[in-house]
Unconditional design. Structure first.
Length: 385
């Protein structure tokens, strides 16, 4: 395993570093302690070409200006909290309202713009195979952003030597009861260099198999209503959902099967349908099937042959197709990123769970440390479909 550490810049007197981890096959991951971010992932396609599969930038400055959470660690609470407030043991805690009247991704106190300490670089202890790990740590003071408790956080990134597997482990302790919901906000596009050549090679051309049994119904500002909508099929396949203007049904899968010729035929018919120009994207949390855990979803690009399998300990998967993407500087593809260039697959507790008693509790306490994981496993289809 090749490990390279280089100084990337500074922020308010704090050194920012870029870490490059390259395995035996030449696949690589780049990480930075600025926002404990994934900067780059490069893995092979079916022809052996090793190319970028997450959106990102070559230099630090675009990340300092980033408004789309590119590759960042999100915390203390990923996603939205209604009315920027929650009640915990009869006390009201008020947060920053940074999206209308609601809080999203913890506002200005979010971890995406914090400089983490680098606790260690060592052989990995969290994967069942050889590799290396980089451990980022952060202390967040009580009351920062309105959240209770002094938080001691470790984020452990593990990159495998023999397989293209990246594991993220979150470990945290608090000196009092509070809430915590951490995730990674990378945008995936498995097309590789084809994305730069053909702008239409966005995430809508991928297939997505979600191992979820229900989707959370949300209001117009993406706050869960508390209602869970059964998913029609055992696996929701395809990134095209009938969530266009004027449609009353909240979730409707455009695919009838999880992959195969029938699924591809349905996709081809839908991608050219008149309703596609009105497609508003997906910003939806799915309740994962407990019997399938840790498997959360598979993302597949037939053109490149790449597949991404996502595993997690979390109860939910938030799928966001990046309809709000609009970078101000060019990314790896040589142009500015735009809507649908990448899809975020955010494993997490449900949005607004502190205000929804029927949702799994995103609670941390003195006797209840936080311990969750997300695993990204990249592979290549044995044959093209």
């Amino acid at each position: 395993m090749e490990i390279i550490k280089e100084r990337w810049g500074t922020l308010l007197g704090n050194d920012i570093y870029l870490y490059t981890l390259k395995n035996a096959a030449g696949s690589m991951v780049q990480l930075t302690n600025y926002g404990a971010r994934i900067v780059r992932i490069k893995v092979p396609d079916k022809k052996g070409y090793i190319e970028d599969v997450v959106l990102g930038f070559d230099t630090l400055n675009p990340y300092l200006q980033d408004k789309h959470y590119m590759g960042a660690t999100i915390g203390r609470f990923a996603n939205r909290i209604a009315d920027a407030r929650f009640k915990l043991d009869d006390q009201i805690w008020r947060l920053e309202a940074n999206e209308g009247r609601n809080s999203n991704h913890s506002g200005g106190a979010g971890f995406d713009h914090r400089v983490f300490e680098v606790a260690e670089i060592s052989e990995n202890t969290h994967l069942g195979e050889p590799g290396c790990q980089v451990v980022f740590s952060l202390e967040d003071k009580h009351g920062n952003g309105g959240f209770p408790g002094k938080l001691q956080l470790k984020i452990i990134y593990c990159w495998a030597e023999q397989s293209d597997t990246l594991a993220i482990h979150y470990e945290a302790r608090s000196d009092q009861k509070g809430i915590l919901n951490l995730t990674n906000h990378s945008y995936f596009n498995l097309s590789g260099k084809e994305m730069a050549i053909d702008p239409s090679m966005n995430c809508l051309g991928h297939r997505l198999e979600i191992h979820g049994k229900k989707a959370l119904e949300v209001s117009d500002d993406f706050i869960p209503t508390g209602r869970k909508i059964p998913v029609r099929h055992e696996e929701v396949s395809g990134l095209i959902f009938n969530q266009c203007k004027g449609q009353t049904e909240a979730v409707g899968a455009a695919f009838m099967t999880a992959g195969g010729e029938k699924s591809k035929k349905a996709y081809n018919e839908f991608i050219h349908a008149e309703m596609l120009p009105h497609f508003e994207g997906i910003n939806r949390c799915f309740e994962l099937r407990a019997e399938d855990k840790p498997l959360a979803c598979r993302l597949i690009c037939d053109e490149s042959g790449r597949q991404l399998e996502v595993q997690t300990s979390y109860p939910g998967l938030l799928v966001y197709t990046g309809d709000g993407l609009a970078s101000e500087v060019p990314g790896y593809i040589g142009r500015c990123y735009k809507a649908f260039d990448g899809v975020a697959l955010e494993c997490q507790y449900y949005p607004d769970s502190p205000n929804q008693m029927d949702f799994p509790p995103a609670i941390i306490d003195t006797d209840k440390p936080y311990k969750e994981f997300i695993i990204f496993k990249f592979s290549v289809e044995s044959k093209s479909n």
